[in-house]
Design a protein around this ligand. Structure first.
Ligand code: P1T
Length: 377
Protein backbone atom coordinates (compact mmCIF):
# COMPACT_ATOMS: atom_id res chain seq x y z
CA UNK A 1 0.00 0.00 0.00
CA UNK A 2 1.14 3.53 -0.70
CA UNK A 3 2.03 5.99 2.05
CA UNK A 4 -1.17 8.07 1.84
CA UNK A 5 -3.38 4.98 1.76
CA UNK A 6 -1.67 3.72 4.92
CA UNK A 7 -1.92 7.17 6.53
CA UNK A 8 -5.66 7.29 5.89
CA UNK A 9 -6.53 3.68 6.67
CA UNK A 10 -4.07 2.12 9.14
CA UNK A 11 -5.77 2.01 12.55
CA UNK A 12 -8.80 3.77 11.05
CA UNK A 13 -11.17 0.85 10.55
CA UNK A 14 -14.85 1.88 10.94
CA UNK A 15 -15.99 1.62 14.57
CA UNK A 16 -17.26 -1.92 15.27
CA UNK A 17 -20.24 -0.76 17.37
CA UNK A 18 -21.59 2.06 15.21
CA UNK A 19 -19.75 2.09 11.87
CA UNK A 20 -18.37 5.59 12.61
CA UNK A 21 -15.79 6.32 9.92
CA UNK A 22 -13.67 8.45 12.24
CA UNK A 23 -12.26 6.67 15.28
CA UNK A 24 -14.30 7.97 18.23
CA UNK A 25 -12.70 9.75 21.18
CA UNK A 26 -13.09 7.13 23.91
CA UNK A 27 -13.22 9.67 26.73
CA UNK A 28 -13.36 7.23 29.58
CA UNK A 29 -11.12 6.41 32.51
CA UNK A 30 -12.31 2.83 32.97
CA UNK A 31 -14.39 0.01 31.48
CA UNK A 32 -17.22 -2.13 32.88
CA UNK A 33 -16.13 -5.71 33.48
CA UNK A 34 -18.52 -8.65 33.06
CA UNK A 35 -17.16 -10.51 36.06
CA UNK A 36 -13.93 -10.91 37.96
CA UNK A 37 -11.17 -11.32 35.39
CA UNK A 38 -13.76 -11.11 32.56
CA UNK A 39 -13.40 -8.01 30.36
CA UNK A 40 -13.23 -6.99 26.71
CA UNK A 41 -9.47 -6.40 26.68
CA UNK A 42 -9.87 -2.99 28.32
CA UNK A 43 -9.37 -2.59 32.06
CA UNK A 44 -8.20 0.93 32.81
CA UNK A 45 -7.52 3.83 30.43
CA UNK A 46 -3.89 4.46 31.36
CA UNK A 47 -3.22 0.90 30.22
CA UNK A 48 -5.52 0.66 27.17
CA UNK A 49 -7.55 3.19 25.21
CA UNK A 50 -9.04 2.43 21.78
CA UNK A 51 -8.37 5.93 20.37
CA UNK A 52 -4.73 5.74 21.44
CA UNK A 53 -4.42 2.18 20.09
CA UNK A 54 -5.72 3.37 16.70
CA UNK A 55 -3.05 6.07 16.59
CA UNK A 56 -0.38 3.61 17.69
CA UNK A 57 -1.32 1.31 14.78
CA UNK A 58 -1.34 4.25 12.41
CA UNK A 59 2.06 5.80 13.13
CA UNK A 60 3.86 2.47 13.55
CA UNK A 61 2.57 1.49 10.08
CA UNK A 62 3.88 4.79 8.66
CA UNK A 63 7.31 4.18 10.22
CA UNK A 64 7.31 0.57 8.99
CA UNK A 65 7.55 -0.62 12.60
CA UNK A 66 5.77 -3.54 14.27
CA UNK A 67 5.18 -1.70 17.55
CA UNK A 68 4.28 1.87 18.50
CA UNK A 69 3.51 3.77 21.70
CA UNK A 70 1.95 7.23 22.02
CA UNK A 71 3.14 9.51 24.83
CA UNK A 72 2.07 12.79 26.40
CA UNK A 73 4.94 14.71 24.75
CA UNK A 74 8.00 14.22 22.60
CA UNK A 75 10.11 14.51 25.76
CA UNK A 76 8.18 11.76 27.56
CA UNK A 77 8.61 9.51 24.48
CA UNK A 78 12.36 10.18 24.57
CA UNK A 79 12.45 9.63 28.33
CA UNK A 80 10.66 6.27 27.97
CA UNK A 81 13.17 5.24 25.28
CA UNK A 82 16.06 6.17 27.54
CA UNK A 83 14.68 3.76 30.19
CA UNK A 84 16.27 1.07 28.00
CA UNK A 85 19.64 2.17 29.40
CA UNK A 86 20.61 1.81 33.04
CA UNK A 87 23.03 3.39 35.49
CA UNK A 88 26.57 2.67 34.31
CA UNK A 89 25.59 2.47 30.62
CA UNK A 90 27.05 4.91 28.10
CA UNK A 91 25.17 6.71 25.31
CA UNK A 92 26.64 8.45 22.27
CA UNK A 93 24.44 11.50 21.86
CA UNK A 94 24.47 13.66 18.73
CA UNK A 95 26.08 16.99 19.64
CA UNK A 96 23.18 18.95 18.17
CA UNK A 97 19.72 17.93 19.32
CA UNK A 98 16.65 19.82 20.48
CA UNK A 99 17.71 21.68 23.67
CA UNK A 100 15.23 19.69 25.76
CA UNK A 101 16.88 16.40 24.74
CA UNK A 102 20.29 17.73 25.78
CA UNK A 103 18.72 18.94 29.06
CA UNK A 104 17.21 15.49 29.75
CA UNK A 105 20.67 13.90 29.40
CA UNK A 106 22.67 16.58 31.20
CA UNK A 107 20.32 17.56 34.02
CA UNK A 108 18.25 14.42 34.64
CA UNK A 109 19.81 11.19 33.35
CA UNK A 110 23.36 12.14 34.40
CA UNK A 111 22.15 12.21 38.01
CA UNK A 112 20.84 8.66 37.61
CA UNK A 113 24.25 7.37 36.49
CA UNK A 114 23.71 7.30 32.71
CA UNK A 115 26.97 8.38 31.04
CA UNK A 116 26.93 10.19 27.71
CA UNK A 117 29.31 11.85 25.27
CA UNK A 118 28.32 14.49 22.76
CA UNK A 119 29.57 13.50 19.32
CA UNK A 120 29.20 15.02 15.86
CA UNK A 121 27.37 12.00 14.42
CA UNK A 122 27.64 13.38 10.87
CA UNK A 123 31.28 12.23 11.10
CA UNK A 124 31.30 8.42 11.14
CA UNK A 125 34.95 8.28 12.29
CA UNK A 126 34.14 10.38 15.35
CA UNK A 127 31.30 8.01 16.23
CA UNK A 128 33.58 5.00 15.74
CA UNK A 129 36.13 6.35 18.22
CA UNK A 130 33.46 7.31 20.76
CA UNK A 131 32.35 3.73 21.50
CA UNK A 132 33.23 2.42 24.96
CA UNK A 133 32.79 -1.10 26.32
CA UNK A 134 29.61 0.11 28.10
CA UNK A 135 28.06 1.97 25.10
CA UNK A 136 24.48 0.74 24.80
CA UNK A 137 22.88 3.38 22.60
CA UNK A 138 23.55 5.96 19.89
CA UNK A 139 20.93 8.73 19.87
CA UNK A 140 20.74 11.00 16.82
CA UNK A 141 18.56 13.64 15.26
CA UNK A 142 18.77 14.01 11.50
CA UNK A 143 18.51 16.67 10.21
CA UNK A 144 19.35 18.34 13.51
CA UNK A 145 17.44 21.09 15.26
CA UNK A 146 18.32 23.84 14.35
CA UNK A 147 21.48 23.70 12.19
CA UNK A 148 20.19 20.92 9.92
CA UNK A 149 23.21 18.60 10.07
CA UNK A 150 22.56 15.23 8.42
CA UNK A 151 23.74 11.87 9.84
CA UNK A 152 24.21 8.76 7.69
CA UNK A 153 21.74 6.43 9.41
CA UNK A 154 22.90 3.27 7.59
CA UNK A 155 26.58 3.85 8.45
CA UNK A 156 25.83 4.67 12.09
CA UNK A 157 23.47 1.71 12.47
CA UNK A 158 26.02 -0.75 11.07
CA UNK A 159 28.67 0.66 13.38
CA UNK A 160 26.41 0.59 16.46
CA UNK A 161 25.25 -2.95 15.80
CA UNK A 162 28.85 -4.14 15.39
CA UNK A 163 29.45 -2.64 18.85
CA UNK A 164 26.32 -4.15 20.44
CA UNK A 165 24.45 -0.83 20.75
CA UNK A 166 20.96 0.28 19.68
CA UNK A 167 20.38 3.29 17.45
CA UNK A 168 17.60 5.75 18.21
CA UNK A 169 16.63 8.40 15.66
CA UNK A 170 14.50 11.44 16.43
CA UNK A 171 12.60 11.75 13.15
CA UNK A 172 10.55 14.81 14.11
CA UNK A 173 11.93 17.15 11.41
CA UNK A 174 11.35 14.80 8.48
CA UNK A 175 8.27 12.83 9.59
CA UNK A 176 7.88 9.30 8.17
CA UNK A 177 6.74 10.85 4.88
CA UNK A 178 10.28 11.97 4.00
CA UNK A 179 12.41 9.59 6.08
CA UNK A 180 11.85 6.16 7.59
CA UNK A 181 14.89 5.48 9.79
CA UNK A 182 14.01 1.81 10.41
CA UNK A 183 14.50 1.20 6.67
CA UNK A 184 18.08 2.47 7.12
CA UNK A 185 18.84 0.07 9.98
CA UNK A 186 17.78 2.23 12.95
CA UNK A 187 16.27 0.32 15.89
CA UNK A 188 13.97 2.89 17.47
CA UNK A 189 12.29 6.00 16.06
CA UNK A 190 11.05 8.77 18.32
CA UNK A 191 8.83 11.71 17.46
CA UNK A 192 7.42 14.84 18.88
CA UNK A 193 3.95 14.41 17.35
CA UNK A 194 3.42 18.03 18.41
CA UNK A 195 5.08 18.94 15.10
CA UNK A 196 4.43 17.61 11.57
CA UNK A 197 2.53 14.46 12.54
CA UNK A 198 -0.24 16.46 14.18
CA UNK A 199 0.54 19.41 11.96
CA UNK A 200 -1.90 22.01 13.27
CA UNK A 201 -0.20 23.42 16.38
CA UNK A 202 -3.01 22.28 18.65
CA UNK A 203 -1.65 19.24 20.50
CA UNK A 204 1.47 18.17 22.41
CA UNK A 205 2.46 14.52 22.08
CA UNK A 206 5.20 12.00 21.41
CA UNK A 207 5.73 8.61 19.84
CA UNK A 208 8.11 5.63 19.97
CA UNK A 209 8.17 3.13 17.06
CA UNK A 210 10.29 -0.03 16.97
CA UNK A 211 10.54 -3.64 15.78
CA UNK A 212 12.31 -5.47 18.58
CA UNK A 213 9.74 -7.39 20.61
CA UNK A 214 11.64 -7.39 23.89
CA UNK A 215 12.41 -3.66 23.75
CA UNK A 216 8.79 -2.99 22.75
CA UNK A 217 7.57 -4.95 25.75
CA UNK A 218 9.72 -2.76 28.00
CA UNK A 219 8.58 0.51 26.37
CA UNK A 220 4.96 -0.63 26.78
CA UNK A 221 5.66 -1.51 30.41
CA UNK A 222 7.21 1.95 30.97
CA UNK A 223 4.26 3.63 29.24
CA UNK A 224 1.87 1.96 31.68
CA UNK A 225 4.10 2.10 34.77
CA UNK A 226 5.19 5.73 34.44
CA UNK A 227 1.89 6.73 32.85
CA UNK A 228 2.88 9.55 30.48
CA UNK A 229 0.20 8.48 27.99
CA UNK A 230 -1.31 10.52 25.17
CA UNK A 231 -4.90 11.50 26.01
CA UNK A 232 -7.83 10.21 23.93
CA UNK A 233 -8.52 13.70 22.55
CA UNK A 234 -4.90 14.30 21.56
CA UNK A 235 -4.78 10.81 20.04
CA UNK A 236 -7.81 11.75 17.94
CA UNK A 237 -6.18 15.00 16.83
CA UNK A 238 -2.93 13.34 15.76
CA UNK A 239 -4.86 10.57 13.98
CA UNK A 240 -6.75 13.29 12.12
CA UNK A 241 -3.44 15.03 11.36
CA UNK A 242 -1.65 12.04 9.83
CA UNK A 243 -4.43 11.59 7.24
CA UNK A 244 -3.11 14.70 5.47
CA UNK A 245 0.58 14.20 6.31
CA UNK A 246 1.59 13.50 2.70
CA UNK A 247 -0.09 16.56 1.20
CA UNK A 248 1.10 18.81 4.00
CA UNK A 249 4.71 17.59 3.80
CA UNK A 250 4.74 18.11 0.02
CA UNK A 251 3.54 21.68 0.57
CA UNK A 252 6.07 22.33 3.39
CA UNK A 253 8.85 20.96 1.18
CA UNK A 254 7.85 23.08 -1.83
CA UNK A 255 7.71 26.26 0.24
CA UNK A 256 10.82 25.29 2.24
CA UNK A 257 12.94 25.01 -0.91
CA UNK A 258 11.69 28.35 -2.22
CA UNK A 259 12.29 30.14 1.10
CA UNK A 260 15.79 28.59 1.49
CA UNK A 261 16.77 29.71 -2.03
CA UNK A 262 15.35 33.17 -1.46
CA UNK A 263 17.34 33.55 1.79
CA UNK A 264 20.51 32.18 0.16
CA UNK A 265 20.32 35.01 -2.41
CA UNK A 266 19.40 37.72 0.10
CA UNK A 267 22.18 40.29 0.74
CA UNK A 268 21.27 40.59 4.46
CA UNK A 269 21.65 36.83 5.05
CA UNK A 270 25.13 35.45 5.73
CA UNK A 271 24.42 31.72 5.64
CA UNK A 272 21.45 29.39 5.15
CA UNK A 273 21.13 25.96 6.78
CA UNK A 274 18.93 23.71 4.61
CA UNK A 275 19.91 20.25 3.30
CA UNK A 276 18.03 20.93 0.05
CA UNK A 277 20.58 23.56 -0.99
CA UNK A 278 23.37 22.21 -3.20
CA UNK A 279 25.76 24.19 -0.97
CA UNK A 280 24.77 22.14 2.14
CA UNK A 281 27.75 19.92 3.08
CA UNK A 282 25.56 16.80 3.22
CA UNK A 283 23.23 17.59 0.33
CA UNK A 284 24.06 14.30 -1.47
CA UNK A 285 23.51 12.21 1.68
CA UNK A 286 20.22 14.02 2.36
CA UNK A 287 19.07 13.27 -1.22
CA UNK A 288 19.87 9.59 -0.69
CA UNK A 289 18.39 9.18 2.77
CA UNK A 290 15.36 11.47 2.60
CA UNK A 291 12.74 11.72 -0.12
CA UNK A 292 12.34 15.46 0.50
CA UNK A 293 13.94 18.26 2.49
CA UNK A 294 10.95 19.62 4.41
CA UNK A 295 10.11 23.02 5.77
CA UNK A 296 12.77 23.72 8.40
CA UNK A 297 15.23 26.45 7.45
CA UNK A 298 17.73 28.31 9.63
CA UNK A 299 19.73 31.38 8.64
CA UNK A 300 22.49 33.56 10.04
CA UNK A 301 21.81 37.27 10.25
CA UNK A 302 25.25 38.21 11.68
CA UNK A 303 24.27 39.56 15.10
CA UNK A 304 21.72 39.45 17.90
CA UNK A 305 20.41 42.89 16.94
CA UNK A 306 19.88 41.83 13.32
CA UNK A 307 18.10 38.67 14.47
CA UNK A 308 15.94 40.67 16.91
CA UNK A 309 14.95 43.11 14.15
CA UNK A 310 13.87 40.28 11.85
CA UNK A 311 12.04 38.38 14.61
CA UNK A 312 10.18 41.49 15.76
CA UNK A 313 9.39 42.80 12.26
CA UNK A 314 7.65 39.78 10.77
CA UNK A 315 3.91 40.19 10.34
CA UNK A 316 2.73 36.93 8.78
CA UNK A 317 5.24 34.57 10.41
CA UNK A 318 4.51 34.08 14.11
CA UNK A 319 7.32 34.50 16.65
CA UNK A 320 7.13 31.40 18.81
CA UNK A 321 8.60 28.04 19.76
CA UNK A 322 7.58 24.80 18.04
CA UNK A 323 7.40 23.87 14.37
CA UNK A 324 5.63 21.70 11.84
CA UNK A 325 2.25 23.43 11.87
CA UNK A 326 0.46 24.74 8.79
CA UNK A 327 1.35 28.31 9.80
CA UNK A 328 4.89 29.70 9.48
CA UNK A 329 6.64 30.02 12.85
CA UNK A 330 9.87 31.91 13.40
CA UNK A 331 12.18 31.59 16.40
CA UNK A 332 15.53 32.44 17.98
CA UNK A 333 17.15 29.11 18.94
CA UNK A 334 19.87 30.63 21.18
CA UNK A 335 17.36 32.19 23.58
CA UNK A 336 14.38 29.91 23.02
CA UNK A 337 14.60 26.20 22.05
CA UNK A 338 18.33 25.83 22.82
CA UNK A 339 18.68 28.14 25.83
CA UNK A 340 19.54 25.10 27.99
CA UNK A 341 22.65 24.40 25.88
CA UNK A 342 25.73 26.16 27.36
CA UNK A 343 26.97 29.20 25.41
CA UNK A 344 30.30 27.68 24.24
CA UNK A 345 28.53 24.55 22.99
CA UNK A 346 25.95 26.65 21.15
CA UNK A 347 28.63 28.75 19.51
CA UNK A 348 30.67 25.70 18.45
CA UNK A 349 27.56 24.28 16.77
CA UNK A 350 26.65 27.51 14.97
CA UNK A 351 23.68 28.30 17.23
CA UNK A 352 24.80 31.92 17.40
CA UNK A 353 22.88 34.92 18.69
CA UNK A 354 22.33 35.89 15.04
CA UNK A 355 20.73 32.57 14.05
CA UNK A 356 17.04 32.60 13.13
CA UNK A 357 14.96 29.46 12.50
CA UNK A 358 11.81 29.29 10.39
CA UNK A 359 9.30 26.50 10.26
CA UNK A 360 8.00 27.30 6.80
CA UNK A 361 4.25 26.83 6.74
CA UNK A 362 1.95 26.05 3.85
CA UNK A 363 0.60 29.57 3.25
CA UNK A 364 0.99 31.05 -0.26
CA UNK A 365 4.76 31.23 -0.61
CA UNK A 366 4.73 34.75 -2.12
CA UNK A 367 3.24 36.00 1.15
CA UNK A 368 5.96 34.27 3.22
CA UNK A 369 8.68 35.71 0.96
CA UNK A 370 7.34 39.25 1.09
CA UNK A 371 7.03 39.05 4.88
CA UNK A 372 10.65 37.89 5.24
CA UNK A 373 11.82 40.47 2.69
CA UNK A 374 10.21 43.37 4.57
CA UNK A 375 11.51 42.01 7.92
CA UNK A 376 15.05 41.69 6.57
CA UNK A 377 14.81 45.13 5.01
O1 P1T B 1 7.85 19.47 22.83
P1 P1T B 1 7.75 17.98 22.83
O2 P1T B 1 6.54 17.44 22.16
O3 P1T B 1 7.97 17.41 24.19
O4 P1T B 1 8.95 17.47 21.89
C1 P1T B 1 10.31 17.66 22.20
C2 P1T B 1 11.12 17.62 20.92
C3 P1T B 1 11.78 16.45 20.57
N1 P1T B 1 12.51 16.36 19.44
C4 P1T B 1 12.63 17.40 18.61
C5 P1T B 1 13.45 17.26 17.38
C6 P1T B 1 12.00 18.61 18.89
O5 P1T B 1 12.13 19.62 18.02
C7 P1T B 1 11.22 18.73 20.08
C8 P1T B 1 10.54 20.00 20.46
N2 P1T B 1 10.98 21.12 19.76
C9 P1T B 1 10.53 22.39 19.89
C10 P1T B 1 9.56 22.75 20.75
C11 P1T B 1 11.15 23.38 19.01
O6 P1T B 1 10.62 24.50 18.84
O7 P1T B 1 12.21 23.06 18.46
Amino acid sequence: MGFSTTAIHAGNEPDAATGAVSVPIYQTSTYAQDGLGKHKGFEYARTQNPTRSALEKNISALENAKFGFAFASGMSAIDATLRLVKAGDHVILGDNTYGGTFRLFSRVLADYGVEFDLVDTSDVTKVETAFKPNTKMVFVETPTNPVMTVTDLRAISDLAHANGARVVCDNTFMSPYFQRPIEHGVDIVVHSTTKYLNGHSDSVGGFVALNDEKDAEWIGFIQNSVGAILSPFDSFLVLRGTKTLAVRMEAHDKNGRIVANFLAEHPRVEKVFYPGLVSHPQHELAKRQQSGFGGMVAFETGSFSNAKKVLESVKLCTLGESLGGVESLISHPASMTHASVPLEKRQALGITDGLVRISVGIEDVEDILSDLDQALG
